[in-house]
Design a protein around this ligand. Structure first.
Ligand SMILES: [Cu+2]
Length: 349
């Protein structure tokens, strides 16, 4: 199976901390599977050309997480994804008609923690922008070293993972390595073919390169569902994530609600709402350093398919985001921060 997409995006973020940039966001997913000894063996890899755009990623107001140079945190920027987003193998084996067990692992992969990552969620189809709650919900989707053991019984799946807790460093072309020092567990239930819900919890050892003494306990819960809107497919996700760092640092929450509706065969309309507590927007020495700020963000956008060919399609689109922030941030971000993106997308299938 081959699947992929590449976006070329012009990005503008308003205000004193804003910036403008052309960037590309891409992923190519390859998967092969075969029957083996009564079960199914699969190899999976996922690659991204994000690193070509530079180490500091793209401007995104209120985004935090990871680093571009190994010294300073990335703030108001979205980090690029690594060239290798996944390199993993899995084996699943049916035990009875309604039960199976599986083993998954590899040097780069995704532990059992959080909702489906935003790049793969049906509810964010057409939207190239990363959520500002990424590091509360699904940032572990690229982990350097992971082993997961899971069991499926009827419509329920229970998984446990051990993995390397440190997030990707600023070198996006290499493999990061380290001990399997972190763990997570996730319960997923699919009451119907149109609803999937999960709760998960993990202990992430020293995730941040710039704060190596801090571990994070992360708890997430989410539901994704499909409905129809005037006979059109409508995908939605509601997600909550909580980070509880060790060492007396304050806990913080992120909420996300997003939808994507295919209003015609050629047009998708999408929207996302987020509410996130941010404590890392102001560096040491700033009078606002260490304080927690609650950020509200609403984005709406659309994508129109303009060409369909045998193995790919071409679309163009755009989105606008508005933010509601505490007054005390006005001097830094302006009183009505906003941002917009226009993009072209090539989808492979
Ligand atoms: Cu990511």
């Amino acid at each position: 199976m081959v699947h992929g997409s590449i976006y070329a995006v012009y990005d503008h973020q308003s205000g004193p901390r804003g910036d403008s940039k052309w960037f590309s966001a891409s992923e190519l997913m390859l998967q092969g599977r075969r029957d083996l000894a009564g079960g199914v063996f699969a190899l999976r890899t996922m690659l991204s050309l994000d690193p070509l755009g530079g180490r500091s990623g793209y401007p995104l107001l209120f985004q935090t997480g990871e680093t571009a140079n190994g010294r300073d945190p990335l703030v108001d920027r979205q980090h690029p994804h690594d060239l290798f987003m996944e390199l993993a193998a899995s084996y699943s084996f049916p035990v009875t008609d309604s039960a199976s067990i599986f083993l998954y692992g590899g040097p780069v992969g995704e532990p059992a923690l959080g909702p489906v990552a935003f790049v793969h969620r049906a509810s964010s189809i057409g939207n190239p922008e990363a959520p500002i709650g990424h590091h509360w919900l699904d940032a572990t989707h690229i982990t350097s070293g992971v082993v997961t053991l899971g069991g499926i019984y009827r419509n329920a799946k229970l998984e446990g993972s051990v993995f390397h807790g440190r997030e990707s460093d600023q070198n996006r072309y290499d493999f990061d390595t380290g001990a399997l020092d972190s763990w997570s567990t996730r319960l997923t239930v699919n009451p119907s073919s149109d609803l999937s819900a999960q709760v998960s919890h993990g202990h992430i050892r020293s995730p941040e390169q710039l704060e190596p003494d801090v571990d994070v306990n992360r708890t997430t819960a989410s539901a994704s569902w499909n409905t129809s809107f005037l006979d059109r497919l409508w995908f939605s996700t509601l997600a909550w994530g909580r980070n509880q760092p060790t060492g007396g640092h304050r806990s913080s929450n992120a909420w996300l609600l997003e939808s994507s509706v295919k209003i015609s065969s050629e047009r998708t309309v999408f929207a996302r709402y987020e509410n996130v507590d941010k404590t890392e927007l102001f560096g040491e020495g700033d009078p606002l350093a260490g304080r927690s700020f609650n950020i509200n963000k609403v984005s709406v956008g659309t994508m129109q398919t303009v060409g369909r060919y045998e193995h790919y399609s071409v679309g163009v689109g755009g989105l606008v985001s508005l933010y509601a922030t505490p007054r005390s941030m006005d001097a830094t971000y302006g009183s009505n921060p906003w941002s917009a993106m226009v993009f072209a997308r090539v989808g492979l299938f």
